[in-house]
Design a protein around this ligand. Structure first.
Ligand code: UDP
Ligand code: MG
Length: 329
């Protein structure tokens, strides 16, 4: 690895010796070719040593066939194909683990993230940054609702977990070899790749870009999947919901005791009969739903412990152009 650091300001004096680009793909047959063409055009201007690693996450369309064709026609294109759909985070992880570049760029397949930005990322890397993430200045073709909920998600997770996640970022980022080696040590099954990439630390910075419309096909994330990802992310990086249960339970007990005292005093000194079932029903309903909610928080963590103790592999590779990978797995 050639990392010529200028000791005065930490900047790198030359570009990276090699670059890997990792692309998780799930039913992206309409996008892979354009993505590879645009990405190759950029990579060729940066270095002679580059690779694009396409990860097929159990697609049901012709994604794998396209990948095989692409890798046969271009020696710098590799593919990894899973035995089934293991999810976006597993696909990103597989590609990151297989990458060999001095720097690795993680990018979505649908061209929402323009590959041309890789050049700017490399400039930031040369300035001495180890992770350069892309921050969405604008988001073409996404509803106001999606933008607002996504923004709210970052606000919530940042108020709960440390270190804070940069707001309005996705997975599109450049990761230096040493940061990637640190990332590879995180072996949890329940993973949130962009959170882990922030968690590893090192020198990180963002660059602004305009997120484009999806080139072809449909988003794989509906609101339910996005909500699950948000819960997964928050519970992976914070114990705050568990502590929240404690605090809320405490407040509930104090409130109940105060209410009991007020009712007893009213009965003793004013002679008021204890009034009606409305208060009773409200209390029962409130406490019942709180119990279920808090049990849900706990269940989320217990479920995670269960999944982690199974120690299953994060993904299963069925076919790959990287023969070393088959031997590893
Ligand atoms: N993806 C994947 N496995 C999945 C779902 C998505 O590898 O189970 C990939 C998908 O092909 C794309 C990236 O993850 O390259 C982001 O997905 P998408 O564009 O659907 O998400 P959005 O941009 O709408 O949030
Ligand atoms: Mg997308």
């Amino acid at each position: 690895m050639s990392e010529y650091l200028n000791r005065n300001n930490g900047s790198r004096l030359s570009g990276p010796e090699s670059v890997s680009v990792v692309v998780p793909c799930y039913n992206e047959s309409g996008n892979i070719q354009s993505l590879c063409e645009r990405t190759l055009a950029i990579l060729k201007t940066i270095t002679d040593k580059y690779e694009i690693i396409l990860v097929n996450d159990g697609s049901s369309d012709s994604t794998l066939d396209t990948m095989i064709l692409m890798s046969e026609s271009e020696k710098n294109i590799e593919f990894i194909s899973f035995s089934r759909n293991f999810g976006h985070e597993a696909a990103s992880t597989a590609g990151l683990e297989a990458s060999t570049g001095e720097v690795t760029v993680l990018i979505d397949a649908d061209l929402q993230d323009p590959p041309e930005l890789i050049r700017d990322m490399i400039e930031k890397w040369k300035e001495g940054n180890d992770i350069v993430y892309a921050v969405r200045k604008s988001r073409e073709g996404e509803s106001i609702y999606k933008k607002l909920t996504s923004h709210a998600f970052y606000k919530v997770i940042n108020s709960l977990s440390k270190p804070p996640l940069p707001v309005d970022t996705g997975d599109y980022r450049l990761i230096d070899r040493k940061a990637l080696d640190a990332f590879k040590k995180c072996r949890e099954v329940c993973r949130f790749v962009r959170g882990l990439s922030t968690w590893v630390g090192f020198k990180q910075t963002g660059i602004l870009y305009d997120r484009e419309k999806r080139h072809k096909g449909k988003s794989k994330y509906n609101y339910i999947k996005l909500s699950v990802l948000a819960i997964e992310a928050i519970s992976s990086f914070s114990l705050a919901p568990l502590r929240f249960s404690l605090i809320l339970g405490g407040i509930g007990i104090v409130f109940a005791l105060l209410l009991a005292i007020v009712i007893i005093l009213q009965k003793l000194f004013i002679g008021n009969p204890v009034q009606g079932y409305v208060l009773l029903m409200l209390t029962v309903l409130f406490m019942g739903s709180m119990n279920i909610l808090l049990l849900g928080f706990v269940a989320e963590y217990v479920g995670k412990i269960f999944l982690e103790t199974q120690k299953r592999p994060l993904y299963i590779v069925e076919k790959t152009s990287k023969s070393s990978l088959i031997q590893d797995k």
